[in-house]
Ligand binder design. Sequence first.
Ligand SMILES: *Cc1c(COP(=O)(O)O)cnc(C)c1O
Length: 378
Amino acid sequence: MAAAQILIPDIADGAGARLTIDLDALVANYRILAAQVAPARVAAVVKADAYGLGAAIVAPALWRAGARDFFVAHLGEAALLAPVLPPPSRLHILNGLMPGAEAACVALGAIPVLNSLDQVEGWARAARRIGRSLPAVMQIDSGMSRLGLPPADAETLAADPARLAGIDVTLVMSHLACGDEPASPANAAQGAAFARLAALFPGVPRSLANSGGAFLPGLGKYDLVRPGIALYGGAPQEGLANPMWPVVALEARIVQVRDVPPGVGVGYGLTSVADHPRRIATIGVGYADGWPRRLGGRGSAFIAGQRVPIAGRVSMDSMTLDVTDVPPAALGYGAPVELIGPHQTIDDVARDAETIAYEILTQLGTRYARDYLPVKGG
Ligand SMILES: *Cc1c(COP(=O)(O)O)cnc(C)c1O
């Protein structure tokens, strides 16, 4: 008997929406940053699967654009990325290592960012054990109180170089708490603290700025800048024009349209009720796709360039849009609906959801059909 034919739909028709990641825009953003901070080099922060965009594709594209320094958060992320990064490249682990993870890190050839005297001690012990020196980045806390050696511990280390025996310090870095707030006095304070503390490690390359820091006038760019969000099209600084190209677009399609009489509720909880007749379109994107439930009754989509408010709550796999004012010709079964695109940036979505573009990107679902637009001429 012949096996039953199983039709597997094309992913474009089998998903609720299409996520487009424009690698040409990504590379253009890399170049904008490179020009902005030259002669400092530009690293690529690709933690959290390159902010949700797919590190296995994004990181090699940035390598071809010239990036050689990559930063992830965890050893597990480094293990996923190492096989797709061509040599020469340096793959750094921002959170450093948990006790016992040193051998796995050595085997990967990844470079831990050492944040505490405990992490320094573990890495020095690993170097003694294998009988050769091991590279490491030294992170110093210049005022954020999150990760990095407190200033007193950095001084302890500098005064007792034996603690660093076997460790080849390749970079001294720190991180800004307010790099996206150009008016914050914390930036100058952290800049001054870093200048003083980095001098404890003479001759070692230095890195301070993230995306926001890259655009802060007066902040030292040192040898290496570490952008994440700006590469992916997010605004580097609050309240200022965004100089980056948009990288992400999200397009859903209309599943169903209905006319809703006055007084009839829409969606879970029937929270959306109007005193006039409405036309409601349902699309196949919900909070399980990473679209914030918080946007129920306050977010927007765009149809044929026209803004349509989200009516009622966002469901798990769908949401409802008030399309009363949209010409019927644009409301066909399967018609396109812009969620992220020319009319609505990731920063717009974040503002409506009372969060930041980082969270919008990193929550992007794995259910979307994904298209990667190639680098033009590359
Ligand atoms: C996430 C991170 C970055 C990148 O920050 P962006 O604001 O996305 O540019 C840089 N450095 C460190 C230490 C980070 O944790």
